[in-house]
Write a protein that binds this ligand. Structure first.
Ligand code: URA
Ligand code: URA
Length: 304
């Protein structure tokens, strides 16, 4: 494939994701410049396309070193709690902006408004999810997949929903994407057993179709209660679905990743879903940046 084809494919993928910023992994910038007939460094012929080199550049350096400055101190006064119910379906959310998103109030308050509020342990959440008939997914799923990991974990990964292997085993992220997640965690010095791994949905949607808004409303209280019990220092939202659901936004993942949001006071970092990385290796680099950011925020919160 020549550079022009690769560029076209790349841009189509980005457009699909609603992105306008490019991080170019395997395509030399010079090739791209030639394709675009671009006049100079860092500029493209199309002003709508912002080209950033994968090589260290001053703004990338800055971005890599400043995020912690953006983490409000743990003791900082929280915004006044708003009444918060179960997570709402994405379609009802306000229009996106480019700023970090703050979902207000405490997790406990948010979970307190839900059907899962009385569940006082992770096991109780799991048992309730196993028996749950609030949506129809229990009819087609083999088993529930509540989540797993260290019950004391302060780093929590949230995915979308169980896939086939997860449905068969009752364990989250154990298929191909799961193995990649395990490797990603290793790369930031976490063993799977150190962290807690769960999903927005606790039962597999048939054929891995997208969850419906009703399923999110029915199931998200379990996630909220898990987060209320775990009280993590950092939440890593994996993929569009977890990110948009937790942050209650329709903003595309390319505009959510790379910054520190707040989910009921907890720093929340968004990155690409490991399954998406398997399809598109170009997302490995930004994912690496995101998980390193998550690790730094974790270290700061843990006083490490
Ligand atoms: N994808 C997810 O989002 N979650 C899993 O548990 C497995 C694959
Ligand atoms: N689509 C998703 O759902 N998640 C990603 O991370 C990328 C594309």
């Amino acid at each position: 494939m020549d550079a022009r084809d690769r560029l076209r494919q790349y841009l189509e993928q980005r457009k699909e994701m609603g992105e306008s910023d490019l991080v170019l992994d395997n395509l030399p910038v010079e090739d791209l410049m030639k394709v675009l007939g671009a006049p100079g460094k860092g500029q493209s012929a199309d002003p709508a396309v912002v080209v950033r080199s994968p090589l260290p550049m001053p703004d990338r350096e800055r971005r890599a070193h400043t995020p912690l400055a953006g983490v409000p101190a743990q003791k900082a006064p929280r915004p006044a709690p708003e009444p918060i119910g179960p997570l709402r379906p994405v379609a009802e959310q306000p229009a996106p902006t480019g700023d970090p998103i703050v979902v207000g109030g405490s997790i406990t308050e948010a979970a307190g408004a839900s059907h899962a509020a009385h569940l006082d342990s992770l096991q109780a959440v799991s048992d309730a999810a196993a028996a749950c008939k609030r949506c129809s997914l229990f009819e087609t799923a083999i088993r529930h997949v509540p989540g797993e990991g260290n019950p004391e974990a302060k780093f929590v990964c949230v995915g979308e929903a169980p896939g086939a292997t997860e449905d068969e085993t009752g364990r989250p992220f154990v298929g191909r994407a799961g193995n990649l997640l395990t490797d990603i965690l290793k790369a930031i010095n976490f063993a799977r057993e150190d962290v807690y791994i769960c999903n927005v949905l606790k039962h597999r949607p048939p054929g891995n179709r997208n969850p419906t808004p009703d399923e999110i409303v029915a199931c998200s209280p379990f996630l909220l209660q898990q987060l209320a019990l775990l009280r993590p220092h950092v939440i890593l939202a994996l993929g569009t679905f977890a990110a948009q659901t937790l942050l209650q936004t329709t903003r595309p993942i390319g505009k959510l990743r790379g910054q520190i949001h707040r989910f009921h006071g907890v720093p929340l970092i968004v990155t690409y879903h490991p399954a998406a990385l398997l399809r598109n290796p170009n997302w490995k680099r930004p994912t690496w940046e995101d998980v390193q950011l998550a690790r730094r925020v974790f270290n700061t919160a843990a006083g490490a």
